[in-house]
Write a protein that binds this ligand. Structure first.
Ligand code: TXA
Ligand code: MG
Length: 318
């Protein structure tokens, strides 16, 4: 069990010692360490059981400080930063030497994010180094949206979790890269495509692939619960023992499954509320010991697109 607390000073001490901690952000909790310290970075990969080909996002407190470790910020990136940083947006930018190849898995681009969370920002402002932080879950499993989620999964491997309450956005940041003048969304996330396009015009959305992904968080199977997660339409429900089946729905209960086995992401059909609940509800259902969990896709607009992306990748591939 890790200590869960709100003590910024203790958090600073842990990080200054080259150790890692649980970091609250508005999207999901991160597993954070000094981005300039190889020992801390190595520990992040070990604790998460993450392959070193999967690079880390670097978090800082302001756009001015991004220049400490980034060579240049293209005009379109500056425009997006002006509108959405701090916020659920990650930009791929050309790195300076000070960022180790270990952080970027050898790539020339570093992923940069300014989290919109008061405690995270207070911490970052008081550090003289940025923080590398992937989501604080074992590789491939559901991302954590509360300090207790982090403790449940990584509590025996880390000493401190900074408690910033439940994450308000609930899904990871949107990742955007700039390639030969083209703006590419590499991961759909907490900032809706519509909001991005309102500022910079049409963007290309890179669909995920299972081999050689540009952002390995885009691996086809990711964010998955342990219990089999399947689309309700995949099987004839009448043949199932519905007592052993859970259901993760959007706004309407499923008529053929026991009511107490169902969780709805938003009874009012609110996509932001659904995003906030998504991972926590997957965990709750996963802990119930069902044979299978059925689910459905949400409307493919706004945050529904990022939610559907996570649901598709969390469903069991057979
Ligand atoms: O909301 C978030 O982004 C959270 C919070 C903690 O900030 N972080 C997060 O980190 O989701 P992680 O490591 O779970 O996912 C980051 C994704 C990975 O899929 C990684 O491959 C991609 O970002 N990424 C990181 N650096 C990259 C780079 N230089 N080029 C391409 N993709 C990169
Ligand atoms: Mg992750």
């Amino acid at each position: 069990m890790a200590i869960i607390g709100k003590d910024i000073k203790q958090a600073i001490d842990v990080l200054m010692a080259g150790d890692v901690l649980g970091l609250p952000t508005e999207t999901v909790y991160g597993l954070a360490g000094n981005a300039y310290n190889i020992k801390a970075i190595t520990k992040i990969f070990t604790v998460k059981n993450r392959p070193t080909f999967d690079p880390l996002i670097v978090h800082t407190s302001s756009l001015e400080r991004v220049h400490e470790f980034v060579r240049e910020i293209p005009e379109q990136a500056q425009l997006l930063a002006k509108h959405f940083m701090p916020g659920p947006l990650t930009l791929l930018l050309p790195k300076k030497e000070i960022i180790s190849d270990l952080v970027t898995s050898g790539l020339d681009m570093v992923a940069v994010r300014i989290p919109n969370h008061p405690l995270a920002l207070e911490l970052l402002i008081n550090l003289d180094f940025p923080l590398s932080a992937p989501s604080a879950n074992p590789f491939g499993y559901i991302s954590p949206t509360s300090a207790h989620h982090v403790d449940n999964q990584l509590g025996d491997k880390i000493n401190y979790i900074l408690d910033g309450g439940e994450c308000k956005v609930g899904i990871e940041s949107s990742i955007i890269g700039f390639f030969d003048g083209e703006i590419v969304v590499l991961r759909k996330g907490g900032l809706a495509i519509e909001e991005i396009e309102a500022i910079v015009g049409k963007v290309r959305i890179e669909e995920h692939s299972s081999s050689n992904p540009k952002a390995p968080g885009m691996l086809k199977s990711h964010y998955a619960p342990r219990t089999k997660l399947l689309f309700a339409a995949d099987l004839l429900l009448l043949e199932e023992d519905t007592q052993k089946i859970g259901y993760l729905g959007f706004d309407k209960i499923h008529p053929n499954i026991s009511l107490e086995n169902q969780l709805l992401l938003s009874r009012t059909g609110d996509l932001s509320e659904a995003a906030k609940n998504l991972f926590a509800y997957m965990r709750l259902l996963d802990a119930r010991g069902f044979d299978k969990i059925f689910t459905e896709l949400l409307p493919e607009k706004g945050l529904g697109r990022a939610i559907n992306d996570r649901i598709k990748r969390a469903t069991t591939k057979e």
